[in-house]
Design a protein. Sequence first.
Lengths: 72, 656
Amino acid sequence: MEYKIEKKPAPGRDEVEVLGDTFEEGTPEGEELGKWRQKLDSREDKLRYLQSGERYWFSEEWFGSEKRKTPA
Amino acid sequence: MAEEKETKSIDQASIELIEKAAKDGVNTVFDRADAMKPCPIGSVGSCCKNCSMGPCRVPLPKGREETPEDKQKRRGVCGATAETIAARNFIRMVAGGAAAHSDHGRGVAELFLAVAKGKAPGYEIKDEQKLMQVALDWGIEIGDRSNNEIAVDIGEKALAEFGRQEGELITLRKAPLKRQELWRQQGVSPRGIDREIVEIMHRTHIGVDQDYKNLLKQGVRAAIGDGWGGSMIATELQDILFGTPAPVLGKANLGVLEKDKVNIIIHGHEPLLSEMIVAVAQEPEMIELAKSKGAKGINLSGMCCTANEILMRHGVAIAGNFLQQELAIVTGAVDAMVVDVQCIMQSIQTVAECYHTKIITTSPKAKIPGAVHIEFDEHDALKSAREIVKTAIENFPNRKGGVYIPGEPVNQIAGFSHETINYLLGGLFRASYRPLNDNIINGRIRGVAGVVGCNNARVKHNEGHVNMVKELIKNDVLVLTTGCNAIACAEAGLLVPEAAREFAGKGLAEVCETVGIPPVLHLGSCVDNSRILIAATAVVKDGGLGDDISELPVAGAAPEWMSEKAISIGQYFVASGVYTVFGVTWPTTGSKEVTDFLFKEMEEMYGGMWDFEPDPIRAAHLMIAHIDKKRKALGIDKARERVLYDMEMRRELDAV
Ligand code: SF4
Ligand code: SF4
C-alpha cells in the first residue's frame, strides 16, 4: 500500500512531515465496497495479505480447528 | 371440467410472455412439458439401454409390495438386477455432469496457458493476487518471476490434472485435512479428472461392474474430481484471468431488455468469449454502427451461467434463467442470442424463426441446425467478438412489429466470492470468517445453506427456489446461491441488503445489517459451487465448529434440478459431508437398495447424504432439522434458546 505523508506544523519548528492515516475514512459504501482488491498494489502487499487474510491455508502458525491434527 | 389453468411461473414477466407465445402460435418448453409426460420407468432409473439386447425395463410391481419372486424377475436380458441398472444410470448422470463442468475447466486452462504464453491477444492476467494464491496452493515458485512465467506453470499444471493417471488431484489439498484423510480411507480420492469419468463409462458398459455399492463409489470419486477438481480449476483460473468477483450492483429479469437498443443476450456457460463481447460492445465504432441502424446503442444481457459470470465481474444485467430462454426471444426485441455450451434448448432456433432473432452458436462442440455459426477463436477472440456484435447490430432493422418487454428490472448485488466474503467480514488487515463463526455459535445465524441448481419444466418456474430460500432465511439460515437459483432469487428481490429486513429472521437480519450484505449471497455460476466448498472449508478452518465440513450446521439443496450437472454437484456436496435435498423427482427410486444407500448409508461413510422432497417448504424444514442436529452435536443448540435476563427477571429469580 502507499503511505500518505502529511505536513503538520510542529512547535518551535517549521512544518514537519508525518505519516498520515493508514486507514480509510468512514465505511466504504456502494461501489467502493466492491473495490477492495485494487487496494493492494505491490506483490509484497499481496503476498502479505494472503499470509494473514488467507491464513487458513497459507500461514505457518494458523491451524484453527485443525491444530490438533498431524498434517495430511 | 372448468378447472382454472395453473400459471407456469411465479414470475409475472414470464407469465405474460408465455401468454404472448401462445397468441403468436409459438411452441415453448411449457407446451412440450404438457404434451409429453415423463416415462415412469425411466424416471425412477429402472430402464437400461446400454446394449442392443435391450432396452430392458425392470419396473417395480404396481400397487403392491415387491415379493422375493418379483425381485428375482426384475432383471435385464443380461441378468443385470434393478439395483445394478439404477446405480449404473445414476453414475452415468454423474459422469455427464462431471464431464460438462470439467471440460469447461479444461477450456479455461487451455486459454489460460495461451494467455500466459502471449498467444491470445486481448486477454491478460487481471488478478495478480489470485495468481499468487493459486501458485502458493499448487507449490509453484513465485520469487522474482514475471506473472506470465508463473502463469505458464499454473496453466501446464492445471491441464495435467485432467489427464493425471495416479496419485491424487492437487486441488484436493484445499479441503479440510480430516476430509482428505476420509477420502483416502474410502478409496475415493480422484486420481485424475478425466480418468474417473472414463472409468464410469467403462464400468457401466454391459457386463462390467455389477455391484451397486461399488458402482456408486466410483460415482463419488468422479464427482469429487468435478467439485474439488475440474470445477475448482475453472473457477480459480477464471478469477486470475478475469478478476476475482467483488460486490457489484446489477439488474435482473426480462425487463432488462431495451426496446430502442440492439439487444444481445449471451447464453450458456463459459465466460471466455463473453468477456470479449462485453469489451467489444463498448467500442465507439460499434456504438456508432448501432446508431447508424437506428438503434440508441447496444444493450448486453446474460442468461443462465454465462449471465452469472459476466454479472459477477462486470455487473452486466441478467435477462433470465433456464426456463426463460425462449421467452426472451418471444419479446421480439432480441437481435441476437449468442450461445456456447450447456443448457441451451435446441428449440430457441425454432422460436427465433417466428421472430427476427439470430441464434449464433460459437463453440465447435455445440452447433444447432439453422443457427448462424461464428466460431470463437481464442487466438483472435476480438475478431470473433466483433463479428458477432456486428451480426446482431445488422439484424436490428429486421425487427418485426409487436415488440413487448414486460416488467421492470429488479436490483441485485452479486459478486460474493470466498475471498470477498472473507474481506467483508474481517477487513483488509484481518480478513476473517470469525464473525460468521461467532454468529453461528451464538445462534444469530442458525446455519448456512447452499441452494443451487436449475429450473425444471415439470414444476412451476422459480416457485421451489424462491419458497425454499425464503423459508430458510426466515429461520435465520444464511443462503449461498449459484446457477439458476441465484437468478430466481434475484428476480424475487432477495439479493439486496434490504431483503434482510423484509424476509430474514431477526438474528440473520441483524448480522446482514451490520455487515451490509443480503441474506442470500450470490457466489456465481455452476462451476462456482466450488466457491461454496471453499467457504465451508474456511468456516471449518477458522475453528469452533468442529474440524470437518460434516460437523458444520450446513445443508445443500437443488429444488428445481434437471441437469446431470446438478447430480454431479449434489454427489460432491454429499461426498464433502453435506446433507443435500433435491426436489422434483428422484432418479433411483426404482431400487430401494440404491436409494437407501444414497439416503442413509452414505451418511455413515461420508457424513453427508442425499434426500428427496418435492415440497420446497418441507425440504427447507428437513434442512433446518439437519442444521439443528449438527448444532446439538456441537453443543451450540442452547445458544439459540438463551434468554437475556433483565434486572426485573433477576430479582424475581432471587426472590424464589
Ligand atoms: S446391458 Fe443388460 S440390462 Fe442393459 S440393455 Fe443390455 S441386456 Fe438389457
Ligand atoms: S443451474 Fe442448471 S439450468 Fe441453470 S445453467 Fe446451471 S445447469 Fe443449466
